[in-house]
Design a protein around this ligand. Structure first.
Ligand SMILES: C[S@@+](CC[C@H](N)C(=O)[O-])C[C@H]1O[C@@H](n2cnc3c(N)ncnc32)[C@H](O)[C@@H]1O
Length: 214
């Protein structure tokens, strides 16, 4: 593991505890090993603009960890436009009993993800290299989530066929997406919007839950 991250591990564990998110020693190791790989392979795979380990710890890892309580009601999740695995990999580490599919159209990124899943021994993750519009699933997903992916309209249009009956979309947004909500089709409804504070992140996070109107 990256030595700077190793030194930051107690701080990371404390932040998780303050957030009320329980992280075992093994999960903490896996989370930091994942971040370490992301930073190590960044140059080769072009995974993130953030290069500083401490910044990445807060802006990537903790920003993903805070999603964990928000998906507790879902047993299967599709992380669409997952990039280097955010928030999908941290969520899969923290929720070994849920199934995660991490999808991205960029084959370099999915190659990195397959390697990470293998190295961390994650049995609950499937990595898919496809445009989401071309991806099919038999049973669909209870939750389709995304971080920094697309407008709410594009996200829901492109993944409409992948949501299981009774499922919900969960979009992570940096500002409240009033305009995007107004542009949504009448066949969709806003279930809930939650404001979430991420440690060391000046901006507020908004979790937007959407569902189909039946
Ligand atoms: C800005 S990155 C965000 C990555 C990650 N979710 C994060 O928060 O760091 C958006 C990702 O969406 C992927 N993407 C864009 N359009 C896509 C599509 N139609 N289907 C699948 N992936 C797509 C891109 O390849 C890119 O990796």
């Amino acid at each position: 593991m990256n030595q700077v991250l190793k030194q930051l591990q107690p701080e990371f564990n404390k932040e998780c505890e303050k957030l009320g998110i329980s992280v075992s020693d093994k999960q903490s190791e896996q989370l930091l090993n994942y971040l370490s790989s992301l930073l190590k392979w960044n140059k080769a795979f072009n995974l993130t603009a953030i290069r500083d380990p401490k910044e990445a710890l807060y802006l990537h890892l903790l920003d993903s960890v805070v999603v964990s309580p928000a998906i507790k009601q879902f047993d299967s999740c599709l992380d669409v436009g997952t990039g280097g695995g955010l928030p999908g990999i941290p969520l899969a580490i923290l929720n070994p009993n849920k199934e995660f599919t991490l999808l991205d159209t960029n084959s370099k990124k999915t190659r990195f993800l397959k390697q990470v899943v293998y190295e961390l021994g994650l049995k609950n993750v499937t990595v898919v290299n496809k445009r989401v519009q071309d991806f099919q699933s038999d049973s669909g997903y209870a939750c389709i989530l995304s971080r920094a992916f697309a407008s709410l309209k594009d996200m829901t249009d492109w993944t409409w066929h992948l949501l299981a009956k009774g499922g919900q979309w969960l979009a992570m947004k940096g500002v409240y997406p009033q305009q995007e909500i107004e542009e949504l089709a009448e066949t969709l409804e806003l279930v809930e919007s939650k404001q979430v504070k991420v440690p060391n992140l000046d901006a507020t996070r908004y979790f937007i839950y959407l569902q189909k109107i039946s």
